[in-house]
Design a protein around this ligand. Sequence first.
Ligand code: UDP
Length: 328
Amino acid sequence: MKILVTGGAGYVGSTCTAVLCEQGHDVTVVDNLSTGSREAVAEKARFIEGDAGEMADEILSSGDFDGVIHFAARSLVGESEEVPDQYWRDNLGTTLKILNAMHAHDVKNLVFSSTAATYGEPETIPITEDAPTNPTNAYGATKLSIDYAIASYARAYGLGATSLRYFNVAGAYGSVGENRRIETHLIPLVLQVALGHRDKILIFGDDWDTPDGTCIRDYIHIRDLADAHLLALETNKPGVHRIFNLGSGEGYSVKEVIEACRRHTGHPIPAEVAPRRAGDPAKLVASSEKIKKELGWNPTRTDIDTIVKDAWNFTKNLGDRAYSAGQR
Ligand code: UDP
């Protein structure tokens, strides 16, 4: 298939691009490199530097694209509450431009990168796709609003689309992994301690209503996540908008994640309990039964040890390319 990948230089987008290329697809990546990096894009992919919304019409007009996987977005929860205008512009605004370009050039196959943040504080665990959607931040709200737009384009214009709502994406695949200029996620931060780039990891609260008192999250391996995107692309049907959760169905506590990192790095990883982080729910675990049943998705890297091992192999090989180098 000939696929346009927006945001294909970021962590998730570049992994999907690599897998698409490996499987023989013809991939064009558009990315403004605001957070992604050019080196992360598979060599076989065509690369266009620029704003996905501004460029979508021109790119899609130039060839017979079969589909679009849309990752390009802002995705920091805290930042979205500080500068919501930028989130509505870059997430909803950009997606509307892409949807209009797809409609104008008769491209009817879309996979959209969405998030568990569309649900907000869950009422029941594990979270299924029919759970209430009450996002607690602007980031989640922009992603939820896009689903409404996609659904109406599907009904009116025959778009075939799938929104994939990710839980905690982690791990690495080949030369692609987490190496952000600004890092807030647990596993890469813990591994920065093992690298010696940080003195300790802060545990945000150990008095939660969970067995060991620390928050529980559902970590999904980036390679399993990439498989789900390909399956969605291959099975989209004109006029139908589907929503699937993507997690591993397993919950691990912050302490369990730190322990796994100690096992795989051999580093003692000092940890210190700090106050709770605003907006954190105690427990987030997805039900991914729907995508397993309907698309036959079969995640094979669901245990925390595989995820941490792959993340560590990537992180320790970064050397000077690690953005955290020199930080303490
Ligand atoms: N967390 C932590 N210390 C950190 C970063 C994260 O204790 O330095 C906790 C955080 O409170 C949450 C879990 O680790 O319970 C996963 O957080 P992350 O930011 O990786 O993902 P999120 O669940 O917010 O999407």
